[in-house]
Design a protein around this ligand. Structure first.
Ligand SMILES: [Zn+2]
Length: 294
């Protein structure tokens, strides 16, 4: 993540230059200097609005990363442990930027403890580590339900839903299941990664993301659909849930990619290549370093 995304920077600079240019044109055509104060006001208002987010991010980075947070990440995130010094610094920076940007609350706006918020940010930071130009696709924030699950009517501590990724709404997570996803770092189950993958998938389809695979350049939506169709779900090491549709296939595969990448690579190398290109990283390089204790 960046303080100002490159895409945003282009538009901020373009519009900031466009306003005075239009002003000069109006002045030249009308000859009325009375428009000047309005133009200055308009430019100031625009810059205030456009730079609000980068400013908040900059402020968020001014505080040092708490030692308690670092120790917590070290004990709970195998991904964080496996990063080198530079990687950890970037990870911590992404965690802080995520927490500045993304509203994370309990149901009814209830505030949450820092370990819960930190783990959610850590999951997102791991997924974004190879894509510094991407932003977390969570404009509606994250809502955390108490207990291990909720039901179809969003009754807490009922049913068997551990998380949801509704389009046009906040990401929903059951707190207990989310925490459990980090408790066993290698079981290939992590509801946070699963639900976040759904958001990244939708964003990539909307943006028309292309992947450079060994077989050539392919549209993201086409690559994952083809892989889902040709995948032998009967012998797959992915859970049966992956067979439902291409979106679930990608979300389930992402869980394994970030938790236990070696078996996924060995059993399904083509799928692994697609995920590696999508996330622009190979978690084996991080997690296996972690196992060796480097
Ligand atoms: Zn899903």
């Amino acid at each position: 993540m960046r303080v100002v995304a490159r895409y945003d920077l282009f538009f901020i600079v373009s519009y900031a230059l466009l306003i005075p240019l239009v002003g000069v044109l109006i002045l030249w055509l009308s000859g009325r200097t009375v428009v000047l104060p309005f133009l200055l006001l308009l430019e100031a208002l625009y810059l205030m609005l456009a730079l609000r987010k980068p400013w908040q991010r900059r402020l968020g980075l001014r505080t040092s990363f708490p030692d308690a947070w670092r120790e917590f990440l070290f004990s709970r995130s195998a991904y964080f442990r496996g990063l080198d010094q530079d990687g950890r610094m970037r990870f911590e920076r992404d965690v802080r930027l995520f927490l500045v940007d993304v509203r994370i609350s309990g149901i009814g706006g209830r505030s949450l403890s820092w370990p819960i918020r930190l783990l959610i940010a850590a999951g997102a930071a791991a997924m974004l580590h190879g894509r510094p130009d991407w932003e977390p696709p969570l404009v509606d924030g994250v809502t955390v339900y108490p207990g291990m699950s909720f039901d179809r009517n969003y009754q807490v501590k009922k049913g068997n839903i551990a998380g949801q990724a509704p389009a046009g709404g906040p990401m929903l997570l059951a707190e207990g299941s989310m925490m459990q996803g980090f408790a066993d770092a290698e079981d290939g189950f992590n509801v946070l990664i699963h639900e976040l993958a759904h958001f990244f998938d939708r964003e990539a389809r909307k943006d028309g993301l292309k992947l450079r695979l060994r077989s050539g350049t392919v549209a993201w939506a086409e690559a994952i659909t083809l892989e889902w169709q040709r995948h032998d779900h009967g012998t797959s090491i992915l859970s049966a849930y992956a067979a439902q549709n291409e979106a679930e296939f990608f979300a389930v595969a992402s869980e394994m990619f970030f938790e236990n990448p070696r078996p996924l690579h060995d059993a399904h190398p083509e799928l692994f290549e697609i995920l590696r290109e999508f996330y622009q990283q190979d978690p084996r390089q991080v997690l296996e370093k972690n196992i060796r204790g480097n």
